[in-house]
Design a protein around this ligand. Structure first.
Ligand code: TPP
Length: 336
């Protein structure tokens, strides 16, 4: 590889690795904080870092993301400030939704990360609608939408893929296949391999090793290129493993024996470290210093956000309706 390309690759991969470490550090911090009663709820992302960051590496700022509740690594890599994520989870005054969403239902308008919805797969038809708009307005932006493999059994998945294929839209369906839909293992949930579902709609479907940062990047890059060239949508089946619980309200030891330990050979953080080491881009000293810095950044940001007061309860009634009504007035009177 020419020197210039090698140096660009090094910069790109170190940025990706940094986002992965920051995300993992934040993940652990929020889970512990939930156990301490400092935040109410959280959906951990542990195990899905490499695939999300790999996909994010292939996108441009002008592209749009219709993500889901586990997309913290992708957001951090995209440049979403960490405090936006923590403020959302805390539902404080600085949260862009002013605490009106459940924790883990992020939104960052400036970075084109659309508001997360709770009902699974409902973001997919929205992504398709948005992709239609991009095509109609000739913006040359593409749309990426993310979801778990369990969501591929929801009706919205099928409606979205069908429409995207029929209209040949610039949209990428990134299935973050972590093997579990809460307590339901993928093999009991659906018999078809996820990527093969694309063929039912005449769409391109590909599988990627989601624990391999570069593989997910390459597969997404190809899908992005095709979408931008007007060659239509792709379904990516990025296979990883949900190393943690479904959410902080769930205890996976009740329903599964398979465990991937943090720090083991199957952990995407370790896999990414090995990759970057093999290319000569990082060494143990670098890893240690990044992890120490990440701890400090996460702890400082968390404490800063924790000082921000809760959203004002009256904000529940603002910014939704243009004008009030007698019903709303009565609710305000009852509640405040
Ligand atoms: C339409 C709908 N049905 C059920 C639920 C309850 N629910 C929340 S998350 C979840 C599992 C989703 O699994 P998957 O799509 O594989 O994503 P993962 O959480 O594993 O990342 C379910 C069933 C929901 N939110 N929406």
């Amino acid at each position: 590889m020419p020197e210039q390309d090698k140096s660009e690759e090094k910069t790109r991969l170190i940025k990706a690795y940094t986002a992965i470490v920051l995300s993992r550090t934040l993940d652990n911090k929020i889970v512990v904080s939930q156990r301490q009663g400092r935040v109410g709820f959280y959906t951990p992302t542990i195990g899905q870092e490499a695939l999300q960051v790999g996909a994010s590496m292939a996108l441009q700022d002008k592209d749009l993301i219709y993500g889901y509740y586990r997309d913290v690594p992708l957001m951090l890599h995209r440049g979403v400030p960490m405090e936006n994520i923590i403020n959302q989870i805390m539902g404080n005054r600085e949260d862009s939704a002013l605490g009106r969403q459940m924790p883990s239902h992020y939104c960052d308008k400036k970075r084109n990360f659309m508001s997360v919805q709770s009902p699974v797969a409902t973001n997919l038809p929205l992504a398709v609608g948005s992709a239609y708009t991009q095509k109609y307005r000739k913006t040359n932006s593409i749309v990426l939408t993310t979801f778990g493999e369990g969501s591929t059994s929801a009706p919205d998945f099928h409606a979205a893929l069908n429409l995207a294929a029929v209209y040949n839209l610039p949209v990428i369906f990134l299935c973050e296949n972590n093997g579990w839909a809460i307590s339901m293992p993928v093999e009991k949930q659906t018999l078809a391999e996820i990527w093969t579902k694309a063929s039912a709609y005449g769409m391109r479907g590909v599988r990627a090793n989601g624990n391999d940062l570069l593989e997910t990047y390459e597969v997404t890059r190809e899908a992005v290129k095709r979408a931008r060239e007007g060659k239509g949508p792709t379904l990516i089946d990025a296979v990883s493993f949900r190393m943690g619980p479904h959410s902080t309200s769930d205890d996976p030891t009740k329903y599964r024996d398979v465990i991937v330990e943090e720090g083991s050979d199957k952990d995407p953080v370790i896999i990414t470290e090995k990759l970057l080491k093999s290319k000569g881009y990082i060494d143990d000293k670098f890893i240690e210093s990044i992890k120490t810095r990440a701890e400090k950044i996460v702890n400082d940001k968390f404490e800063e956000c924790a000082k921000i007061p809760a959203a004002d309860p009256s904000s529940a009634f603002t910014g939704v309706y243009k004008e009030s009504s007698w019903m709303l007035d009565e609710e305000v009177k009852d509640l405040l």
